[in-house]
Ligand binder design. Structure first.
Ligand code: FE
Ligand code: FE
Ligand code: ZN
Length: 281
């Protein structure tokens, strides 16, 4: 049996292009990475250069890098009350997905949205409606709903809410889940003391086969705090032991892990090596 490799990386700036991100990933010991499809606050995007993408893909091949994760801008709100804002989210995601077809192995992660006093049921219906307009049978990119901390009126604060969205989407074979450790912890799932139980719950509610990626973040706050303040690995309320369990868990260890901790490159490099040190393969 071949040994499991640890697929781990961090969020990188895309401002210098794709090949540059791949080289940066390699330089810090990463074999995957996450990037924003455009400025995180939204807005216009520089055209993606075909030669740059091809150079990145060739570099992936040489260096064993895989599974780049594209992250939609934070400002998008698929369940905004204002129709114009929903339309903006729709156009942005549609354009992102069109461009992502040029990066065959990329997945696309987004924050489901905030219902802002409309109630989560309305929020869930609006998000599903958007996805029904965005997803196409031809697309190869899998779209990931991120588990949210439940800050303010965020939708996706429980597995049930994500399930409810998926249930309303026609092309749900294009949908998966990205589990953010800080977010689920802040949402009230005890991944420190009850990891197996949380994964059983996820499996029963959504199905583990939908889980495609993990955002690996410690949390500045306690379980159920609904705060969403990321902390460096091992320096928050989740703690190093829990991260060692998570990356080695038989149901999780094959997944790609992406750090979104408050770090510069050096800090990410140190966290990647820390986590590689406790990975048992
Ligand atoms: Fe996110
Ligand atoms: Fe995240
Ligand atoms: Zn977060």
């Amino acid at each position: 049996m071949s040994e499991q490799i640890l697929r781990i990386g961090c969020h990188l700036s895309s401002s210098k292009g794709f090949l540059n991100m791949a080289k940066t990933a390699k330089s810090i010991g990463a074999n995957t990475f996450q990037f924003f499809t455009r400025n995180p606050r939204g807005g216009a995007t520089k055209d993606w250069q075909e030669a740059d993408i091809l150079a990145m893909l060739a570099f992936f091949e040489e260096e064993g890098i895989a599974k780049p994760l594209a992250h939609a801008p934070y400002v998008l709100n698929c369940c905004a009350k204002d129709e114009g804002l929903r339309e903006f989210a729709l156009q942005t995601m549609r354009e992102d997905l069109q461009k992502l077809e040029r990066i065959p192995q990329a997945m696309y992660n987004f924050h489901p949205g905030s219902h802002v006093q409309q109630g989560s049921e309305v929020g869930i219906a609006l998000i599903a409606e958007q996805l029904n307009r965005i997803l196409t049978p031809e697309q190869s990119t899998i779209v990931l709903l991120e588990t949210m901390a439940g800050k303010g009126s965020e939708v996706g604060r429980s597995f049930e809410e994500l399930r409810a969205i998926i249930d309303k989407v026609e092309m749900s074979d294009k949908l998966g889940i990205c589990l953010d450790t800080c977010h689920v912890w802040d949402a009230g799932y005890d991944i420190v003391g009850q990891l197996d139980r949380v994964l059983e719950e996820l499996d029963a509610c959504i199905g583990l086969e939908r889980l495609k990626a993990i955002h690996l973040n410690d949390s500045m706050n306690g379980c159920g705090s609904h705060k969403d303040r990321h902390e460096k690995i091992g320096q928050g309320h989740i703690g190093m032991d829990a991260f060692a369990h998570i990356i080695n868990h038989p149901k999780l260890k094959h997944l790609p892990f992406y750090l979104e901790t408050p770090n510069e490159l050096e800090g990410y490099q140190a966290e990647i090596s820390l986590l590689r040190g406790v990975f048992e393969g």
